[in-house]
Design a protein around this ligand. Sequence first.
Ligand code: FE2
Ligand code: FE2
Ligand code: FE2
Length: 422
Amino acid sequence: MKRITLKDIVMIIQRTLDSMDDRLEGHGEKVAYIMYKLLKCQGGYSDEQILRMITLTVFHDIGVYKVEERNHIVAIDLEIPMNHSVYGYLFIKYFSPLSDLAEIVLGHHLYPKDFSHSAEIKIPKEALLLNLADSIAVLQLRFNKIDPRWILNKNSNYLLEEHKELFKKACDEYDLLEKIQGDTYLSELYEVLEKRELSREEIISYARMLNYAIDFRSEATILHTITVEEISWQICKIIGLDDYKSTIIKVASMLHDIGKISIPINILEKKGSLTKEEFEVMKSHALVVYKILSNMGIDDIRDIAALHHEKLNGTGYPFGLRDDQISKEVRIVAVADILSALIGKRSYKDVFSKDQVLSILSNMVSNYEIDKDICRLVIENYDYIKEKVKANTKDTIDLYNNLMNEYEAMLNYFDKISFVLK
Ligand SMILES: [Fe+2]
Ligand SMILES: [Fe+2]
Ligand SMILES: [Fe+2]
């Protein structure tokens, strides 16, 4: 695998989130750049701490992809509901490599006025800084040019004096406002992120975070990606592929449905079969995956992830490839994807029995849709694979249920309390 850096991961995350709502295109990266400059002005952080905080900033609104608050994010000086902050906080705490920073997201729509000395929930000061960075980006998006007085004249209920100073310093020393008006800030941000190479474990945990963000949008798909990943992995092991190939297939499996973030929830969750138009919308997710993963130097991963709906007889999508245009790696993920759908519960169907699953797979082999050797291995090892899937997905479902319970409890709690600033 080529050297994968924080820049690659940030780009994948940003492109994925952008493909859901283009009003916010590049929002996370812009806020991350502003945050970077504010943190630099503040001083006292290590390079690694800064890198982690700006990465967090790129997906600070990840909670809205579940709670549908998108209209509020582009609003200025409006009381924004806590829902996406709370969901985002819990999501980052349980499902991201940056769990220790989750409280920054929890507090990113709070103002100094929301804090009191006697409160129980502690929020780090960086949350208020993120709020400032976020509002600068929103103002810039709205008015194109920012008058610094809009920030400097805010009263102390809304902005700490020390943060006004940081803003002033960032404008004077780094030309902050000019930079974010053009697009050079992006290359500067990427330059910083590119220096940080990621380990295999880090790549996997960011990819996993992203697929949970997408699968958790719908009850029916909570376990889909992780199941595909597990089945692909087991097939690789049964075939005896080496570690390098198996890892590429694992990462591609994790990313295979990231394009689904652009599919409206009513189509994802529809009970009964999709209309022709809806099915066309659904199919578009494969091409979205292809676009997100293009021009990043990871074409090997892209060409497995984005082609999982191709069929050997040429009837698949997005490109209608056939025969040996479809690699062994793609064939593995394609079978894993189908098997995951068959053994999982969906809004339009119940779990199929073993006999039903095996006969559907055999039919697909007869129609020359999927690979017959891979299918044979899956059929021979069916019980073993299912056992593995069950064992390795149990924790996710437990964590998801805890997350949703905690989410409800925290929302109730927040109606009554204020916060303490750490
Ligand atoms: Fe937000
Ligand atoms: Fe798919
Ligand atoms: Fe899938």
